[in-house]
Design a binder for this molecule. Sequence first.
Ligand code: MG
Length: 283
Amino acid sequence: MKLITYIHDGAERVGVLTADGAAVRPLPFDSMQALIEAGRGALDEAVQAANDPVPLAGVTVLAPIPRPRQDVICLGINYAAHAVEADRYDKALAKERPETIYFSKRVTEAPGPDGFIDSHPGLVQRLDYEAELAVVIGRTAKDVPAERAADYIFGYTVLNDVSARVLQTAHKQWYFGKSLDGFTPMGPCILTADEVAFPPALAISCRVNGELRQRSNTNCLITGVADIIAELSAGMTLLPGTIIATGTPSGVGMGFDPPRFLKPGDVVECEIEKIGVLRNTVK
Ligand code: MG
């Protein structure tokens, strides 16, 4: 099922999309976080008892988890072709990476589908996009072996790991340049994990003003979803609602020669098969 967070009659709600995707049936949870924590059984019961659908045209769809409880966990350089382009742009970005690169991204409020990417004029040069598959953890995960990792996944969404390339590299650690307000659009929904074979092999793409820039498949991850959860949970407890952004394929702006960064007015569409399109305008 596809779950969304939305505003209707001035209130923020969560709901399940109808099969045709044209309407949403409201669910009795205070937030997506509360829905995830309630567990799959409670979700299924609520869906059975859900009220009449409301046309999507009459609501404002937000990011599925608009205010994550913790920073998003991100992977850097996790598609081979992106490693090549990142290395060409800046040797310090890719360098040697015998181990998976993890970093975090602060999200005070995630823009939803049709939301805006703040270009932060005066602060940011070289604004870039990164289409990514994001994994949402469903159950407390500690010491989870790779072969059981799928049991801990609630679902998947599309995330744009918007990046300020100058800030990203100037401060050595990537945190500041990845964490500015409006830099983590997410959506349009969470697709529950039962809808996707594991590990997910889904077409992923990004278009800027309609021009295809990124095109790959999530089966090309260097460190796959199961290994990510196994590696992190060996030392970190992953709580329900944790979001893991699994890295971006090649074709980001810094990968072009000359680079092609974003500017106000640009429309960025990140798409993953079965999940949908996350469309954001740079302002
Ligand atoms: Mg990224």
